[in-house]
Design a protein around this ligand. Structure first.
Ligand code: FAD
Ligand code: NA7
Length: 456
């Protein structure tokens, strides 16, 4: 009987899995019966953003945490598919940090070209999974959100590709209940225009705090205070931005910080990260992990240790994104089809432990980039995913991080070279700080929104 593969989620990771099978098919391999279930009515995952907050039109949790004016927070050259370049998609060089809609268009371009949409059931949410040890089959219950009908499907292999930046981690702070201004989590942030002239408090010291903070600065917030639990980001912030240690409590509109300072705020944005949450899986198959580069219990970051018929894609914290999901999907495909033979449970554990030990010793962001590069290298070497110069991409990550330290408001104006095509990015017509229209049309066609000062 033909192998039956179920994929849950058609974000970049699920799309990578579809593409991995398609690539094998084009090379003449016989591919399994594939079904992919996506709860939204289009693919793209986080990149298929929404204006809604809370629940969607079907009463399901809104998935995407992305917002208006979200521009790529890393160089596009670090995530480029090695089998589908930006040059191929856009037909000309573009800048290194495009807005969301442009990257969404890019990821759609590759899968549209390979005719894999037919495998996806949209508006279909995975509700429940059981695994029969005896038959080694998964039974997946899926609800069609348009008809409210549930169906069950049986699979030999199951791929979890539902992402882990969607269900917010929301800590409690003493006194926050009576804070009179707006309190929201980054997941529900949709745009900074309404923070014009406001004093903002962001709690957290990672990507969301930095980006929503600088987004608010761009949109005219009066002040931005970033409160960290462990380490300040220590960028060279604009004059209206400061970092403070963790909030101890609120009294009315006043936040009190652990260094004894305090401040009054109009709004609080909790940029406190996300939870791994897989409500459609039984607990013994459900990944429990903080947001780290190497979650435990996944061999090669992909194969569930106690049940090697189960695969997770994109479950790690991410320097690399689209190309890493590809490498994982190619690896998962080859394990499913027997092209890659898995070592014993004990040997797999030894491999996981070695990575976990290395992860525990990571000292800084450069070391983290090296770590994920080496991880990716192992995956790529194991499959026929077209290789690319990983050391060059790792250097791009390091350059990018240093640019951020040099100029947190200007790093998106920097240019990087593609390792896939050798093409140098072109300067965007408008500096990021002045770009108030993030549509693909404006991005591709201009005109510039930079003020012409007359100087060269
Ligand atoms: P997702 O993109 O989260 O896709 C998961 C899919 O699963 C969704 O389509 C969802 O609807 C579906 N799904 C969920 N539950 C179910 C269910 N029960 N049944 C059926 N379907 C389900 N990466 C970058 O490379 N550059 C960036 O600039 C960048 N910025 C980011 C900004 C924000 C605010 C966030 C949150 C993330 C950002 N990322 C960025 C990382 C981003 O998560 C990845 O690029 C990518 O979207 C992860 O892909 P994924 O497929 O693993 O997960
Ligand atoms: P991250 O990168 O997981 O960071 C979460 C941040 O929240 C991090 O600084 C944490 O501090 C902080 N945090 C978590 N819990 C608390 C509590 N209880 N109190 C204070 N601070 C807390 O999530 P992001 O949303 O920034 O980024 C996720 C993705 O979205 C990423 O891929 C981006 O591309 C966009 P810590 O450092 O652990 O002390």
């Amino acid at each position: 009987m033909t192998l039956r593969v179920g994929i849950i989620g058609a974000g970049p990771s699920g799309m990578a899995q579809l593409r991995a099978f398609e690539s094998a098919r084009q090379k003449g391999a016989e591919i399994p019966d594939i079904m992919c279930f996506e709860k939204q009515d289009d693919w793209g995952g986080q990149w298929n953003n929404s204006w809604r907050i809370g629940l969607d039109a079907h009463g399901e949790p809104v998935h995407s945490s992305m917002y208006r004016h979200l521009w790529s927070n890393g160089p596009k050259e670090c995530l480029e598919f090695s089998d589908y370049s930006f040059d191929e998609h856009f037909g000309r060089p573009i800048s290194s940090f495009p807005p969301r809609e442009v990257l969404f268009d890019y990821i759609k371009g590759r899968v549209e070209k390979s005719d894999v949409r037919k495998y996806v059931r949209f508006s279909s949410v995975a509700r429940h999974t059981s695994y029969n040890e005896y038959t080694q089959e998964f039974t997946l219950t899926v609800e069609d959100l348009k008809t409210n009908k549930t169906e069950t499907h049986v699979f030999d292999k199951l791929v979890v590709a539902t992402g882990h930046f969607s269900v917010p981690s929301v800590p409690e702070f003493k006194g926050i209940k009576t804070f009179p201004g707006e309190v929201l989590h980054a997941h529900d942030f949709r745009g900074a225009e309404r923070f014009y002239g406001k004093n903002l408090l962001m709690i957290g010291s990672s990507y969301s705090a930095e980006d929503i903070g600088m987004q608010s600065h761009k949109m005219g917030a009066a002040s931005i205070t970033l409160s960290y639990r462990t380490t300040p980001m220590a960028y060279d912030w604009p004059a209206n931005t400061v970092e403070r240690p963790l909030v101890t409590h609120f009294s009315g509109p006043t936040a009190h910080f652990s260094d004894g300072t305090q401040g009054d705020f109009d709004a609080v944005v909790l940029c406190t990260g996300y939870q791994h949450k897989y409500p459609y899986l039984p607990s013994e198959l459900s990944l429990k992990s903080p947001n780290v580069l190497y979650p435990g219990n996944l061999y090669k970051g992909v194969v569930w240790q106690q049940n090697t018929n189960l695969f997770y894609l994109g479950a790690q914290d991410q320097y690399y994104t689209f190309n890493m999901f590809d490498a994982q999907a190619w690896f998962a495909r080859d394990v499913m089809t027997g092209v890659i033979e898995l070592p014993s449970l004990a040997e797999r554990q030894k491999d996981i432990d070695a990575w976990l030990e290395r992860q525990a010793a990571l000292t800084d962001h450069d070391a983290e980039a090296d770590f994920q590069t080496d991880y990716l290298r192992e995956l790529i070497e194991a499959t026929d995913y077209p290789s690319f110069d990983l050391d060059a991409v790792c250097q791009l990550f390091k350059d990018w991080m240093h640019h951020k330290h040099d100029d947190i408001l200007g790093y998106r104006d920097m240019l990087h070279r593609s390792v896939v095509t050798g093409t140098m990015a072109t300067k965007h017509h408008t500096r990021w700080l002045n770009a108030m229209d993030d549509s693909m049309k404006r991005y591709l066609e201009g005109p510039s929104q930079d003020v012409d000062t007359g100087s060269p």
